[in-house]
Design a protein around this ligand. Sequence first.
Ligand code: GTP
Ligand code: MG
Length: 221
Amino acid sequence: MAISKISLKAEVLDANAPVANEINRYLSERGVFCVNVIGGAGAGKTSALIGIIKRLGLPNVHVIEGDIAGDIDTETLRKLGVVAYQLHTNGECHINAPTMKEILRENEPKEGSILYVENIGNLVCPAEFVIGEHRKMLVSSAPEGSDKPYKYPHSFEVVQAVVLTKADLAPYVKFDRAYYDKGVHALNPTAPIFETSAAQDTGFEAVAEWILAERKKLSLD
Ligand SMILES: Nc1nc2c(ncn2[C@@H]2O[C@H](COP(=O)(O)OP(=O)(O)OP(=O)(O)O)[C@@H](O)[C@H]2O)c(=O)[nH]1
Ligand SMILES: [Mg+2]
């Protein structure tokens, strides 16, 4: 039973990868830099995106909001003037490449833009699926606990940056920053950890600068 589950998972991931490569080529040819934002439910992904987008400006930004149900985050972003598209995963715990391809067919991102994709909130499945992104960014929050890298290692391994948010709450939840950093660095020695707070609107400049620098590395700016 366990073996057939594993082979089914491998099959699903194998089928996903070529579509993700196709999307990556499509986006790169259009000069669109795509960041796949993953993180637990309620970690602060949408709030972090707002903080980043405020720093980078609206004109060349698109957001795909992945949800199981509803369009609350999409509406929040639209009210702020962000061009946001709603993607529903029909109950799936992650966005996959075919679904991403479908939404891109219906909503072509503007050439030269930055496309953020807010994935479904959980620390497991979104880490496994590539969807054509250039970078994966993890939003991880202090109240989730400093043990998260140790319990959900894959989410910390596959990303190129970690946004440690809700820093304003760290003193109230006994967040152990040294323990957290040790766990993150053991799994991922190169990813920067950006400390932010959406409540205090702090730390997002550095994240925005990182995004622009990563885009430049790929000559997509
Ligand atoms: N104190 C504090 N609260 C925050 C911060 N960032 C987000 N929140 C709050 O945390 C809750 C969840 O924030 P969201 O940005 O919606 O989180 P999310 O990860 O997008 O949530 P889902 O899309 O539902 O998975 C909201 O009540 C926010 O106001 C922060 O930096 N500090
Ligand atoms: Mg959200």
